[in-house]
Design a binder for this molecule. Sequence first.
Ligand SMILES: Cc1ncc(COP(=O)(O)O)c(C=O)c1O
Length: 374
Amino acid sequence: MVFEAYIGLHCDELSTPALVVDLDEFEWNLKTMADACRASGCGFRPHAKSHKCPEIAKRQIAAGAIGICAATVAEAEALVHAGINGVLLTSPIVDYEKVRRMVALANKPGTVLLAVGHLLEARLLSEAATPVGKVIDVLLDLDVGDRRFGAIPGPDAVALAENIDKLPGLRLRGIQAYSGKSAHVAGFEARLAHSRERMGLAAACRSELAAKGLDMGIFSGASTGTYNIDPVTVGLTEIQAGSYIFMDTEYRLVGSSGGSSVYNDFRPSLKVIATVVSAAHGDCVTVDAGIKAFATDSESLPEPFRWPGVRYRRFGDEFGHLTAETGASLPRLGDRVAFLVPHCDPTVNLYDRVYAARGDRVEAVWPTVARRES
Ligand SMILES: Cc1ncc(COP(=O)(O)O)c(C=O)c1O
């Protein structure tokens, strides 16, 4: 079935499990982030690792994003080929083939940037760019405590920045620092303190490098959990938040600046729709969405939407169980049940398309990309 054939269908007519984005909630999130960035004077370069979807990236650009982040070379390629400018690869690459692919993408100034946290990557990039006469924009990538990748702020990072600045074919434009550990700290004040401490390491390093005359114009980082923290506390110049566009049950737990224990700055827009395929036992029913339909990395579980008192339990590859608290009603055989997803990024990665629905009707079908390639 070609994608056009789905347009206008009622969501209940889709084969399940189906990944659906509620366009009203999605557009609300899109606008809320854009308005917040406008108000704080901070740019935003949202992360495509959450949606892997050029159609969504185009809408983020139309809302005012200065570019889009990518986690893999394949994501960066898909975004550039879809006409997106300002694609920042936030992950390290240290093999020549991936470096060559990134340099090949840099056809016009501003098409791509890379966050570089190691001299090996800087050298490989310089060696690939110089013979073809290209100049690649680079951010110094800093590890502010995640122990994932990036240079440690201090003498190592300063030496790396000075080396990048001297290498032919590279142009240092600033720094990247991402504190994943801050993103999910529960309670706004605790999250603010955590992020200020971690991102403060990057800000100090940035000042030191700027004092040496290096271009530190860009300070890129932040997440959905800290979008309203880092621009204020450490002078971040662009926000890389990804999950805000969909939200998930994990993020709902972190609490908002308004004091709510539910993080309600953004609205859950992403759902998986499943069907009750068995109701043989009185105390539970089976739905056709199991561990192949939802990410399982999180302690949070899929949350039945608009089924108060009904709980989901994992029940194998293709199926899940629903049980009901006393007094709550279980759905019946054949009923559709929508679920809020536990962790949006790896859930999206399980689907080759997102049905974009207004109310109950499919308005568009958006392919996801770069799910298998690296
Ligand atoms: C480098 C980087 N930037 C931004 C993000 C976006 O974070 P979030 O989805 O929590 O907004 C991530 C997520 O893992 C990331 O790795």
